[in-house]
Design a binder for this molecule. Sequence first.
Ligand SMILES: [Mg+2]
Length: 186
Amino acid sequence: MSSFIKQSLFSLLDKTKGRNKLSCFNNQEKKKKLYLVLDLDHTLVHYIPVSKLSDKEKYLIEEADSRVDLWKFGKRNPEHLIKLRPFLHEFLKEANKLFTMYVYTMGSYGYAQYVLSFIDPDKRYFGHRVITREKSPPHKKTLDLISADQRRVVIVDDHSSVWPQHKPNLLKIANYTYFRYEMMNY
Ligand SMILES: [Mg+2]
């Protein structure tokens, strides 16, 4: 296992350690899986409209057809490119052993389904546990939409401001940026 994956999982476990020690959990509850809520943009992936690529990045449009970590989507203009965060598949595989995982994005349902068709085509990791902006309150995210005891939930997101009520659950991750152009993302 790469040191990156180890470090990420240790951080996650560290975040949940205090929760498992809570005296309010009995032994049976302690054996249950914990829950991991993952953001998409700038956390698991970075996406960009092709029209925003710099001249030096345009070669990536051709590369997208042959790389496993870079895809092109959208039949009409504007097309987009999506780049996976390095070691994403390894991370999901290991985290899936410890957590029941959700995706929670302020992107649209269609966008989330498209990204997940690449990173989780068999719905092995997330199943139908996907929350998008159509269901979420405007401009913020809430664990009220997750069917789990909130004391057992860890959130990984590059934006802390969208989780005003759940800071103790949040592990803020460094923003993953691959393309040069800056877009507003949550
Ligand atoms: Mg984000």
